[in-house]
Write a protein that binds this ligand. Sequence first.
Ligand SMILES: *Cc1c(COP(=O)(O)O)cnc(C)c1O
Length: 221
Amino acid sequence: MTSAVEQLLAVKASIANAESETGREPGAVTLVAVSKTFPAEIIQPVLQAGQRVFGENRVQEAQGKWPALREAFPDLELHLIGPLQSNKAKEAVALFDVIETVDREKIAAELAKEMARQGRSLKLYVQVNTGSEPQKAGIEPRGAVAFVSRCRDVHGLAIEGLMCIPPADENPGPHFALLEKLAREAGVAKLSMGMSGDYETAIAFGATSVRVGTAIFGGRP
Ligand SMILES: *Cc1c(COP(=O)(O)O)cnc(C)c1O
């Protein structure tokens, strides 16, 4: 069995290769290592190998393993990439550095309130449901630009970028292209797109970060 560290190095090499093949600057793309479902013992060697940016999709699960890991690695950056319930905003603001899943007014308001209360300033992304899938989180594409403006003007939140998860059974290219176009229209610079199966494609479409789980840690139960 290949270790997570070996697979991390392979993914980093593929990212560097995709950057160079698509004319992106070396280091233009940040790797978010998605460690959801994996325990601290599996994550620790990946931290020791130098990886510092991680993604988790559940607040409660992340609370169970990341405070101790952060004590050992204070410079790590933790991203929330799963849906956020407003009753978890307080915990999320205390634990995460980046929230990629802002997708409705109520969450924007809660995050603004909690960041002010806790004196913390997180980086925020708006999640866009590029495939308009009813079961998926994210704001509808046609409302995305206006929502980014409302986050800024109504809630005083600086949105850094947009995030999407394309439909599993579709060619992701058009979804990445749509996210890039919406980011340009909204005037935000960052694009979180691409997972284990399609991160090289996402880099070709301008991803500034890719969220890779399986290709590093292996399959999840
Ligand atoms: C789980 C997850 C990923 C990682 O997916 P892999 O296919 O395992 O790389 C990326 N983004 C989000 C939002 C996820 O929930």
